[in-house]
Ligand binder design. Structure first.
Ligand code: FAD
Length: 290
């Protein structure tokens, strides 16, 4: 199933993102988690692609197994980091052979310790180049890409970032998923600017339920997402009470999602960080409301 056919404001789909566990036991646990999530009828799940090493193989293994063993549509993330075009072609062939229909096409972050992204020799400098390559090579994937309501951390201006996004979409993307945000105003403003710039593909909001105080500090530093002042103060107040942090995170994300749904988003993508109970609570609440 091509994900672009599931992104529909009159019947929005919920999707869940996971990262590949390092051990076989972790993989087994994740597959079990997915069985628990199945009753929530996710439109699809996606599995991130690591910066290097063995977890990269696990991305392919997991998406293949998720689709075959749970019947849930699964999308692999793929980045340009450290890959030549031949290696990328081979990976895409493996995804085709595994009968996977969807890929999230990314550039990837610079490796730890490096400030700027250096493409591999014979590889790609930007996600748009990989998108174009996939189209030119006649792979038949439905392709998603990343976008940044608050601007990508490396970009000089949001206008530049939007121009680059337009080029990436024009290269052949079917939909985009946003970086996480905690204030819906950033998403609504971004969608308006994107439409004005001629970007017409579905823009799926990415939501990360806060489940851990230190983690949210780390993530927002890394990706530049703004924590609204009120939420920041509430978090400070409960930061030493792990259960209260989760409750606050679930409540905040639920309110965010309700507003997004009421304003006609095509779907909501949850950054689960492999902690599904928070996402399960939010989606259960959202399903109960319809
Ligand atoms: P690009 O679209 O290539 O953009 C990167 C930067 O280059 C931007 O600042 C853009 O404005 C600029 N740019 C683009 N084109 C040009 C051009 N022609 N000239 C000059 N500048 C240009 N990372 C992982 O490693 N693995 C994952 O699985 C993963 N999953 C993600 C999922 C989502 C939904 C999101 C939002 C991000 C994900 N990331 C992942 C993080 C992502 O790899 C980083 O944010 C990365 O820094 C940028 O990737 P991109 O695909 O957006 O890059």
């Amino acid at each position: 199933m091509k994900i672009r056919n599931r992104l529909n404001p009159s019947n929005p789909c919920f999707s869940f993102e996971f990262f590949p566990p390092k051990t076989d036991e972790g993989v087994a646990n994740l597959l079990k988690t997915l069985e628990d999530l199945a009753p929530l009828e996710p439109g699809f799940v996606s599995v991130t692609y690591g910066a290097g090493g063995s977890t990269r193989d696990r991305t392919l293994e997991l998406v293949t197994r998720i689709k075959a063993e749970t019947g849930i549509e699964a999308m692999a993330h793929l980045t340009c980091v450290g890959h030549t075009r031949e290696e990328l072609r081979e990976l895409l062939q493996r995804l085709t052979e595994a009968k996977l229909d969807n890929v999230l096409v990314l550039r990837g972050d610079p490796p730890l310790g490096q400030k700027t992204f250096t493409p591999a020799e014979g590889g790609f400098a930007y996600a748009s180049e990989l998108v174009q390559f996939i189209r030119e090579e006649d792979f038949n994937f439905c392709m998603g890409g990343a976008c940044y309501p608050e601007g990508h951390v490396e970009t000089a201006s949001r206008d530049d970032d939007l121009r680059h996004l337009k080029a990436k979409v024009d290269a052949g993307l079917d939909f985009v998923v946003t970086q996480l945000f905690f204030d819906n105003a950033f998403y609504f403003d971004f969608v308006e600017r994107a439409r004005r710039a001629g970007i017409n593909v579905p823009i799926v909001p990415g939501i990360m339920p806060i489940t851990n105080y230190d983690q949210v500090q780390r993530f927002t530093r890394m990706c530049g997402a703004t924590v609204p002042m009120r939420l920041g103060l509430q978090l400070e107040r409960v930061k030493d009470q792990p259960d209260a942090v989760v409750q606050l995170g679930v409540a905040h994300a639920t309110v965010q999602c309700m507003e997004l749904l009421s304003r006609g988003v095509p779907g909501i993508h949850f950054y689960t960080l492999n902690k599904s109970p928070a996402t399960r609570m939010i989606v259960s609440a959202l399903r109960a409301r319809t």
